[in-house]
Design a binder for this molecule. Structure first.
Ligand code: FNR
Length: 340
């Protein structure tokens, strides 16, 4: 039997890995020799709109919708619950179309009854479908993913991208939970962010390149690959700087290739409220198991406390004002785009 598309995504994401070209290495944090902080005075709490999160790291959308993915969602939910992280499920469209697979998403709420959970659908969804997705897992917010290039490379993908913004506007207007619009690795840039802001989207997750590469994943599934599209999109550092220039600090989430505590801190210092990790959690979970993934979360949180202490940043909001120098391709990009 053919492997489900959902499991193919998991398999290819693990095989292809993350290329690490997030641009975040271009962000140099200025060392503070007199930080005036202690590790136990550091607060990792952050907020997305009215949602208070005890960690600035969340597990980003990955899976659900096929039998084999239920176990992955269950274990991710255990990690999210035990380590106080918010968590998104993968696109729920399969369960909207076929209620038999809804349990692969519902498991997340069952395992983590009081945690922060994000529902997930694409911008093709109707208002009614988004209401059902939120209800399915009693979600605290809805992610709407934008993945135009992925769809175009996918042989069975969408080809018509008209009226996306109109549908997003209607969803934002009618849904009774916050809407987060996210990219899946090609980056939300200033023009797109401005359009999303103009229809009332409260928060965007920039989903830049440098991590899981959905052009490469879909090409691996094609008989005749369009490999020349594998470098499409913009790095997480550039997408973050552009989206923050439109939305302001604290209204933007960072994702795309986030793997280490230093990646998280660099993203937060550019103005992100929190940082999402998908591929990195998937890898440690699938290769080393749930305990190892929980240990990884502890290491990440300890790393954040170490760096925040060294910088004298007691809170996530303090990170938005630490001195930093932007070099390399990220600086060249910002100069070319007139963003400072
Ligand atoms: C994803 N991602 C994703 N995003 C989304 O909004 N809906 C989805 O259904 C999926 N599915 C999915 C499956 C798998 C196996 C992976 C690894 C990822 C994209 C994900 O949320 C994120 O935007 C990108 O993976 C970039 O982040 P990382 O992986 O580099 O941390």
């Amino acid at each position: 039997m053919r492997m489900s598309r959902k499991m193919e995504h998991v398999r290819h994401a693990l095989e292809i890995g993350q290329d690490g070209r997030t641009g975040l290495a271009d962000i140099k944090l200025v060392h503070n020799c007199l930080p005036g902080a202690s590790t136990d005075s550091i607060a990792l709490t952050t907020r997305i709109g009215d949602l208070i999160m005890s960690s600035p790291i969340f597990i980003n959308a990955m899976t659900g919708g096929a039998q084999e993915t239920e176990a992955i969602n269950r274990e991710l939910a255990v990690i999210a619950r035990e380590k106080g992280m918010a968590m998104a499920v993968g696109s729920q469209m399969s369960a909207i179309k076929n209620s038999e697979v809804a349990s692969s998403y519902r498991i997340v709420r069952k395992v983590n009854p009081s945690g922060i959970v994000f529902a997930n659908l694409g911008s093709e969804a109707t208002v009614e479908q988004t209401e059902r997705a939120v209800e399915m897992i009693e979600a605290n917010a809805l992610q709407i993913h934008l993945n135009v290039m992925q769809e175009l490379i996918m042989p069975e993908g969408d080809r018509d991208f008209r009226r996306m913004l109109d549908r997003i506007a209607a969803i934002v207007d009618r849904l009774n939970v916050p809407v987060i619009v996210k990219e899946v690795g090609f980056g939300i840039m200033a023009e797109g962010a401005a359009k999303l802001k103009s229809v009332g989207v409260p928060v965007v997750d920039v989903g830049g390149s440098g991590g899981t590469n959905f052009a490469a994943i879909e090409n691996a599934r094609r008989d005749i690959p369009l490999d020349w599209l594998n470098d499409w999109g913009h790095s997480t550092s550039c997408a973050l700087i552009e989206s923050v220039s439109v939305y302001g600090r604290g209204q933007v989430l960072a994702s795309g290739g986030i793997q280490t505590s230093l990646d998280v801190i660099r993203a937060l210092s550019l103005g992100a409220a929190a940082a999402g990790m998908a591929g990195a959690f998937l890898r440690v979970l699938m290769q080393d198991g749930t305990e190892a993934a929980m240990k990884r979360a502890d290491e990440l949180h300890d790393g954040l406390r170490i760096i925040m202490t060294a910088l004298g940043a007691h809170t996530i909001a303090d990170l938005w004002t630490v001195p930093l120098v932007i070099g390399g391709e990220t600086a060249a990009w910002c100069a070319a785009r007139g963003i400072n």
